[in-house]
Structures are given as C-alpha cells and as structure tokens.
Unconditional design. Structure first.
Length: 181
C-alpha cells in the first residue's frame, strides 16, 4: 500500500520542532551513504543503455516516463546497520532489477567524459535534504528499530530532483520534499 502523506508533518515549517543533536551531526554524511563507486556507476550507465528502449519511445524519441531521469530507480536495501546497504538499479519499464556490482567493466565512453559525468553524479546524485532525512529517520525508528524490518530506499530522477520512495514489508512511503521544486 502506498502512503504519500504519513510523514508530511515534517516539513520546512515544522522541522525545527524535530531537531535532534545526533541527527544534526549525522545529516552531512547522508550524501556519501548513497554514492556509487566508479565501478558501480559504470554498471548503472550500462544498465541505462541496455534498458533505453524501456524508457524511450523508439518512434518519437520521447521519454515514456515523462522525465529525463524517469523510468529507473537506484534502490538501496538496508538492514539494521545504516551504513551497510546493497545497491540495485530497477527498470520501471520491464521491472528488471540488477545489483550494482563494484567490479570493473569497460564502457565505450571517453575517460574524461566519464570522469566529468561521475563528478556530476557525486555532486547532484541521490541524497536526502534535511526534511527527507528526518522523515526517513521516523520510518527507520518505526520499522527497523521497533519491528526489525528491511527497508528499501529508491531514488528516481525527475529532472528537478529525485522522487524518494521508502518501502517496508507492507508499505511504501513517498518522503520527497517538493518544497523547493
């Protein structure tokens, strides 16, 4: 069941009420938690190329999912250790999911272009803003700490930012903060 608004009580107007010293200290590190290694990023690019027909209409050249980044999500599967996450990519066109391995593969991309693309990915790639971070922490406490479940955190690009979906065993929560879109 998809629940879009359960954690919306945390927003840019109310976030000061939920501030916590430990979370404030941890917040700057969330960007690194979601970063792919260069090898994982190569597997990500290969997957995008392999699933181009799932995302882009051959006749019109238009994106089937309405946005440049739509049609795929990077998925992070957690356990009770927040810093240990398996990373996957999922195609929403064909529902295939692959683990993003940290093994070397060769791509047909010039090294300088790949390096620039990877740097841009590291700068603008998946992460939580502060509202999303606090919303996620609420889910973490409820489903990992209280119930011992595994969580999936999915980031799908939109061209404006990422739609962030957190799945538990029985629920799917949209924690995207669109206040700045």
């Amino acid at each position: 069941m998809c629940e879009r608004t359960k954690y919306d009580y945390i927003n840019k107007t109310t976030i000061d009420q939920y501030k916590d010293d430990d979370l404030e200290e941890a917040y700057p590190y969330n960007k690194n938690m979601f970063k792919l290694t260069k090898n994982q990023y190569k597997h990500y690019l290969k997957f995008l190329k392999d699933h181009k027909d799932c995302r882009i209409d051959k006749e019109t050249g238009k994106h089937k999912f309405g946005t440049i980044g739509g049609g795929t999500s990077i998925i992070y599967k957690t356990n009770d250790k927040w810093d240990i996450m398996d990373k996957f990519i999922r195609c929403h066109g064909c529902d295939i999911e692959e683990k993003l391995e940290d093994t070397y593969i060769e791509l047909d991309i010039p090294k300088d272009k790949f390096q620039k693309d990877y740097e841009d990915y590291c700068k603008y790639g998946p992460s939580f803003d502060k509202v999303e971070f606090y919303r996620f922490n609420e889910i973490w406490n409820e489903y990992i700490i209280d119930k011992g479940e595994q969580l999936e955190v999915g980031f799908m690009g939109t061209g404006l930012g990422h739609i962030i979906n957190v799945k538990t065993k029985d629920f799917s929560f949209d924690i995207t903060n669109t206040d700045n879109w």
